[in-house]
Design a protein around this ligand. Structure first.
Ligand code: DAH
Length: 341
């Protein structure tokens, strides 16, 4: 039996040396070492041998199989490079043709801005705090000083679920309540990034889903000047060191006083253009000092603690930065839009 195997081995080696192209190589493989090849079958015949011969046969058989596979691989490589060289000589391969580019993905523009925003706040000592997208009415509104029939609810048209009182969050502000209840009475410095949902008529300016980045700082002796300084530092890192920043008085139920933040238009440097509607200013955030009622709802004593909060929209900031005129591009999955970033 072993002798038979040896002569089969010799035969296979001689035959392989004769193989000159990939077609013949394929035939050789099928004949000798393929699934039904003669060597393969000979190896399997070990079961028919008397017990005392099996061990020696099996050992030699495995050696032969490994040796054949090794020679086969080397020979195949040789043939492949010969054939390639021949094709190039014959001009079948034009080495001057440009290669085929493998398409690759890129970071979504909203994600890119989110990361940029997150990085700046991180450097200023703010940690990321994530909270849920499905909220209860109480946390999304009541705890933020927006009771049932408060007219300010008109600012946040809401998606309701079939469960009464369970809604999709209309802003990241309810995250303030979660963060405060988690940490009270300790100081807090967090940002809360995430998706929000509003029951809106979709248009070039309004989407039913969008990201927000909320910020919250709670401690002792935190004052309006801290808010203004911090927001100004952020805006100048985000939009340029010389960029002017202004604060306009505004109204939000959960802050008192409340303000809106404008930066000098980043496209026209404040001279006035179509993006800033000729005003020279772009609105980038809402902010204010946390309302005493909200502090209390979060578990802080307003006579001991104070804090500021802000909320900004990364898609809006991305639109301003890149001059994108239609918010619907963000979630329409048009790769021609996405590939530009
Ligand atoms: N939640 C507000 C909105 O969705 C944005 C906002 C304004 C957040 C002022 C704040 C804030 O934390 O202080 O329109």
């Amino acid at each position: 039996m072993v002798n038979e195997l040896e002569s089969l081995y010799q035969e296979a080696c001689t035959a392989l040396a004769e193989v000159k192209d990939s077609q013949a190589l394929e035939a050789w493989e099928a004949h000798y070492i393929g699934r039904k090849g003669v060597v393969t079958l000979a190896l399997r015949s070990v079961g028919n041998l008397p017990k005392e011969e099996r061990a020696a046969f099996g050992k030699r058989a495995n050696e032969i199989r490994d040796a054949l596979e090794q020679t086969y691989t080397e020979h195949a490589e040789l043939i492949r490079s010969h054939e390639l060289a021949r094709q190039m000589e014959e001009g079948a391969i034009d080495v001057t043709l440009p290669g085929v580019r493998t398409p690759s993905g890129s970071i979504h523009p909203a994600t890119r801005t989110l990361r940029e925003i997150g990085e700046i706040w991180r450097e200023m000592g703010f940690q990321i705090f994530r909270t849920r997208e499905v909220e209860d009415d109480e946390t999304n509104f009541e705890m933020l000083n927006i009771p049932q029939h408060h007219p300010a609810r008109d600012m946040w048209d809401t998606f309701h679920t079939l469960t009464p009182g369970v809604i999709l969050r209309t802003h990241t502000s309810p995250g303030q309540i979660h963060a405060m209840r988690r940490y009270a009475p300790k100081p807090i410095r967090v940002i809360l990034p995430g998706m929000c949902f509003r029951y809106e008529q979709i248009s070039a300016r309004k989407e039913i889903q969008f990201n927000q980045v909320e910020g919250l700082a709670i401690g002792t002796n935190i004052r309006l000047s801290d808010l203004k300084g911090t927001i100004t530092a952020f805006a100048q890192r985000m939009f340029g060191a010389d960029r002017r920043v202004r604060f306009r008085g505004s109204y939000f139920p959960f802050t008192e006083p409340s303000m809106e933040v404008d930066v000098e238009c980043i496209l026209c440097d404040g001279r006035g253009c179509s993006v800033c509607s000729g005003s020279g200013w772009l609105e980038i955030a809402g902010c204010g000092m946390v309302h005493p009622t909200v502090l209390r709802n979060g578990g802080y004593d307003p006579s001991l603690h104070s804090g500021f909060a802000f909320g900004m929209g990364p898609e809006r900031i991305t639109m301003l930065k890149y001059g994108i005129t239609d918010i619907r591009y963000f979630w329409s999955n048009d790769t021609r839009f996405l590939a530009q970033f």
